[in-house]
Design a protein around this ligand. Sequence first.
Ligand code: ADP
Ligand code: MG
Length: 596
Amino acid sequence: MSKALIHVTEFKWIWGFIKKYKYMFLTAMVLVVVVNVLNMANPLIQGQIVDRVITDGQTEILPKLVMTMIAITVIKSVIRYIYLMMFENVSQNVVFNARKSIFKRIQELDFEFFDCTRTGDIMARLTGDLEAVRHFTAYVIYQFFMHAITLLFVIIILFTINPLFTLILLAVTPFTGYFAIKLSGKVKPAFSAIREQFSRLNSTVQESISGNRVIKAFAKEDYEIYKFSRENAGFRDRNVEAARIWERYLPVLDSLAGLLSVIIILVGGIMVITGDITLGELVTFNSFIWALNNPMRMVGWLINDAQRFAASAEKIMLLLIREPKIKDSEAAAGISRLKGRVEFRNVDFGYGKELVLKDISFEAYPGQTVAVIGPTGSGKSSLVSLISRFYDCRKGQILIDGRDVREHSLKTLRESVAVAMQEIFLFSDTIEGNIAYGVTGASAERIKWAAGMAEADGFIADFPEGYDTIIGERGVGLSGGQKQRIALARALVKDPAVIILDDTTSSVDIETEHVIHRSLSEFCKNRTTFIIAHRISAVRNADLILVLDQGRIVERGTHEELLALKGHYYSVFVNQYGDFDKQEAFAAGGEAYGKE
Ligand SMILES: Nc1ncnc2c1ncn2[C@@H]1O[C@H](COP(=O)(O)OP(=O)(O)O)[C@@H](O)[C@H]1O
Ligand SMILES: [Mg+2]
């Protein structure tokens, strides 16, 4: 066994959590010692019964001895119950607190963390790994302690009775320990294979539930069942493999335990005959077999459990020490509300090595609308995500009200910027709850007003339960355009200085989009608005249109200026509205030319 039983850092870490309940924990440990002492009593009394009652014929003390044995057994059970409850209590509280800190840390982490971490991995920290921590706190620690103490006590007691006999017995026990440790070493990879397979099985199920619509649409149920059966069979096989290893060693361990009995009867018998020990002492030795054997048998499992704890604790610790890169700067000033002047100065940005945005510069003032258009993947969403500081830029500066976004407090910044994101997420809550999400205590009128602005009021009112309609997970039960309008209403409920609409009306029909933009223009009067859209009709009234291509601003200006350029924007226009000559029809509100 070359590896350390358990790494010191993990132990320190868990002690940090146990410390809060140290009195209960230490009391429970003391009770473990008490039970251990009581455990020693019965075999000793049994020896007394043989020597004094049976051999010497002092029958009058028999009832007293038997009563004592019964009393000790009852007391032991009561104390064991108490300390088990105490360990359970401490461990549940430890896990409660650890779970809380993990969840808090997950909330603090930034976009970058979630970009590169699988949901399943985060869930594993909160489930399997925490369970290993709980098991360690509630069981492994005291078991280690208990077996060590038992072994120590029994060796001392047996030594005082007969050192030679004790030494002979002790010669066998290390073999049990050796095989137990070897077994646990063999079973360990089999056990991690089981856990690994279990998480694969879970992911398969999880994915087929979330993806049920795609599965049905492509009639791939059989394929999914096949995939599941494969993982399911894998899980069964891993378990059978582990059992096979485990069962190969069990007979060895049992034989060694049997060997102890044989030695005791054989050597002990001879010693009784030669008068080295009394018959009662032989009975005592025999009754202590379990106390010699158990710790040796358990040591392998406990080491296994402890290693599993160490591995889980390490993963949890790695998550807990992970620092978000986006955090409040020391210089964050106590400005409570921003006005909304946004300036990009030579901004470069990338998620990995590659730059996604290159040398972006522009300015936007409150009351203005900036539209960003460009092909998919050109960096539009990335550009606006820098305003709320979902990510930090590589080079250059983003200023709001003349101050670097990194010098604003995150709270002020994000309260002042409302975003309707391209990827819509709705909580499984009522429609009202979803719209009011960003503003605690938003009034019913305000919610209704925002829904009205987003042209959502009509379809919400058509639901039998209106605003109290519960939306399923991921917004099941709503069309794409309906979800977009709820997301828009959610952004509008806030009273933002900057409002960002990332492709927010792409799934809404053109007429409705038009109505939304008309009511928005009133709302956005003294705010800075960013609109990302593919339809020229949605951007043509903007004060500034930025045309992005492969992360660069390739054209900029108003609708008329850009048309006159006859470049990218112009060709998009022609694509959507046909010939340039038809521009007049378009200007007259000819949305019918739109190709959607
Ligand atoms: N979270 C992310 N991690 C890594 N790369 C990303 C991420 N989001 C977007 N990208 C990449 O950045 C580029 C620009 O994406 P995006 O800003 O979403 O473009 P658009 O909104 O114009 O479609 C794309 O090449 C895309 O693959
Ligand atoms: Mg986008």
